[in-house]
Design a protein around this ligand. Structure first.
Ligand SMILES: Nc1nc2c(ncn2[C@@H]2O[C@H](COP(=O)(O)OP(=O)(O)OP(=O)(O)O)[C@@H](O)[C@H]2O)c(=O)[nH]1
Length: 216
């Protein structure tokens, strides 16, 4: 693996998210000669686009909600609406990582996570990296899903979990970086080398920042 430094140019490629994730990873680990495909999944309005924009541009898309139509090719952000589901299935198999979101103020979006995971197991690669995110933690007064419920579900499926807010930015960068680190490790891993411990990485990064929120 080369030690080429990340370029801030050519961010916008046809698989922009993954390239960008990699560039953000590169700023930490100084490598970027491999590209990964990362998809955001979850019910409509859970905040997929906003989480991506928060990570990519450090901004929050407030105001009117415009649902994603099909797939946004530039950023690999998917539509949560049922009517576009067949379009997104076709892209699962190319994804190396999936960020699966629910909205902590929406019980139905949480209840649907099991259905999303069933779909993922049906259509995605067997070794796809999955991370569960409970988004909109800034809306504490409207919370209906406790952090512990998200943790329990994630534990049941053996996937890492974090609560995020696209509005405040809490944990958004960490979620993308943890996934990028896991993918990078896998790509460079020697047969006898220990696996990257994504849960430990998340825990230690949170400890460093003194931040809140759940993980398993
Ligand atoms: N308060 C708050 N609002 C959020 C957050 N994330 C997203 N929203 C709002 O939730 C609504 C839906 O956000 P989107 O990012 O468009 O949702 P999506 O999951 O991409 O929706 P689809 O494209 O239909 O799949 C918008 O009004 C956002 O402003 C968050 O962390 N906090």
């Amino acid at each position: 693996m080369s030690t080429k430094k990340a370029s801030l140019k050519d961010k916008e490629t046809k698989n922009g998210t993954s390239k960008y994730v990699l560039e953000r990873c590169a700023s930490v680990c100084e490598y970027f000669d491999i590209a990964f495909k990362v998809m955001l999944l979850g019910d409509s309005a859970v905040g997929k686009t906003c989480v991506l924009v928060r990570f990519k541009d450090g901004a929050f898309l407030g105001g009117n909600f415009i649902a994603t139509v099909g797939i946004d090719f530039r950023i690999w952000d998917t539509a949560g609406q049922e009517r576009f589901r067949s379009v997104t299935h076709a892209y699962y198999r190319d994804a190396q990582a999936l960020l699966l979101l629910y909205d902590i103020t929406s019980k139905s979006s949480f209840d649907n996570i099991r259905a999303w995971l069933t779909e993922i197991h049906e259509y995605a690669q067997k070794d796809v990296v999955i991370m569960l995110l409970g988004n909109k933690t800034d809306m504490a007064g409207e919370r209906v899903i406790k952090r512990e419920e998200g943790e329990k579900l994630a534990k049941e499926y053996g996937v890492p979990f974090m609560e995020t807010s696209a509005k405040t930015g809490v944990n958004v960068e960490l979620a993308f970086l943890a996934v990028a680190k896991e993918l990078k490790h896998r790509a460079a891993q020697q047969p006898n080398e220990p696996k990257f411990q994504i849960h430990e990485y998340i825990a230690s990064e949170k400890q460093k920042s003194g931040c809140c929120g759940g993980y398993m």
